[in-house]
Design a protein around this ligand. Sequence first.
Ligand SMILES: [Zn+2]
Length: 165
Amino acid sequence: MIKFKDKRNDIIKEAYDIEFKDNKVFIKFTKNGKAYGYSSSNIEILNKQADSELFIYTFKHNCYKCKRDTNILTYITFKYGSNLVYPWDKNKLNNEKTGDGILNHTVYEEMEFYPIDIIGLNKKYDNIFLNKYPKRLKVGFSKTENELYLMNLCEHCVESREGSL
Ligand SMILES: [Zn+2]
């Protein structure tokens, strides 16, 4: 269950599912129950399933420096919730798409712009990962974005930067 706080009265409740759509939140209290709409500014999510059991995904990436394959570590989660597991829940992904995502898809038809988080995109999950794998990850600074982000280090030449995904 997902714990959330209704900020208008500070009451904490539990939901079965919470979906964000534009600036609204739709909360279901039971699996087949009605979805109640709230303004997203009134709702604060207190726990997310993924916080405690964030899945680790790895894939091979060729290090540009030593030219050897290294494992990139990442999480893949829905924007406001749990691990994204195969088979992808396309309905949920489509339902959570933002206006920008839909617009981008109409411009780049061959690409889908799903609202997901991977390493470097979610500060809270980045911290969980950094605490788990301090030797494999490093906080870097992106000049183009002008902010800190988490990046993978090569397993072989640890000082080498792999860059963000
Ligand atoms: Zn390397």
